[in-house]
Design a protein around this ligand. Structure first.
Ligand code: PRP
Length: 286
């Protein structure tokens, strides 16, 4: 590979800030200066590019970019042969068909011969085809929800996250076309060197994602309470149990899910645990 390895991150939109934050947490420090659309990351010796999410699958398919943080919806819409390597735990949304709340359409089958406005014409057409519905698809670059109000469409097919945009524009969902989220993707057919960097990137990014909803729990247990305390801990693996220098006590360490931590503290304390510490984890490689 004569050029540097290239990682594309979204330049704007909802995926931009969390993608940048994930990259930073993984040690990919990029200096964003002014309107520069690329930055060299010296720690990894890679070039980080900032691209529109809809264009990222194009760059990957061209081989201009080696890996990217992208929305699955854009990857599927483009239809290019890229490899999805990991789900990144943010940017969850659904591509949905929606119609005016006060209109006559209630089911997808009623869209036969109707006009559907979308920024995802391929995905929408594939879904309607599979439902045996022949409709006229109008491709728009954005603000798709306006189309029914302007009598430019009978339905829309657009991304829904909170649902606020649908509600604010008098629309209601009638079908989910696709579930999407941010994913790490790589170009197909990489050189051995690029594939090596891709594997390293995948490991470090997924280790950051996996660590986010886990905590490292440390506590001291009197020997008489040790069995009961160990039983209470769900843990990734069996907890680590180490004797304290003073004798009569053991330190117990375990990785527990964030959702379980709060519910564990009081039972552990009641079972005799002392000096409980709950710490964030930077990276977790199972
Ligand atoms: C996206 C999408 C919807 C909206 C849905 O638009 O196209 O319009 O978000 O989000 P909600 O369910 O949380 O309201 P975006 O703001 O990204 O801009 P766009 O109109 O250019 O697509």
């Amino acid at each position: 590979m004569s050029r540097p390895y290239r990682l594309a991150l979204p330049s704007k939109g909802r995926l931009q800030a969390p993608a940048m934050e994930l990259a930073r947490s993984a040690g990919i420090e990029v200096a964003v200066s002014g309107r520069a659309l690329s930055s060299h990351c010296s720690q990894w010796d890679i070039e980080v590019l900032f691209a529109r999410t809809g264009d990222i699958p194009v760059w990957l398919a061209d081989g201009a970019v080696d890996a990217a943080v992208a929305g699955r919806n854009d990857v599927i819409e483009h239809g290019s042969p890229v490899r999805e390597l990991a789900r990144l735990g943010f940017g969850q949304c659904e591509l949905r068909l929606a119609v005016p709340v006060d209109g006559p359409i209630e089911r997808v089958e009623q869209l036969v011969g109707r006009r559907v406005a979308t920024s995802y014409p391929r995905t929408t057409a594939a879904h309607l085809d599979s439902a045996g519905v022949s409709a006229e698809i109008t491709t728009l670059g954005g603000s798709v929800e306006l189309a029914p109000r302007l009598s430019a469409a009978d339905a829309v097919c657009d991304l829904v996250s909170s649902g606020d945009t649908l509600r604010a524009n008098g629309l209601r969902s009638i079908a989910t076309v696709l579930k999407s989220e941010a994913v790490l993707v790589a170009a197909a057919g990489q050189s051995q060197r690029a594939a090596g960097v891709t594997a390293e990137l995948t490991t470090v990014l997924t280790s950051v994602v996996a660590a986010r909803d886990r905590r490292y729990l440390m506590l001291n247990a009197p020997d008489g309470s040790l069995d009961r305390i160990v039983e209470l801990l769900p843990g990734l693996d069996s907890p680590t149990v180490l004797p304290l220098a003073s004798g009569g006590m053991h330190a117990v360490h375990a990785v527990v899910s964030l959702s379980e931590v709060v519910g564990l503290l009081e039972p552990l304390r009641a079972a005799g645990a002392r000096s409980l510490l709950v710490l964030p984890i930077d990276n977790l490689i199972p």
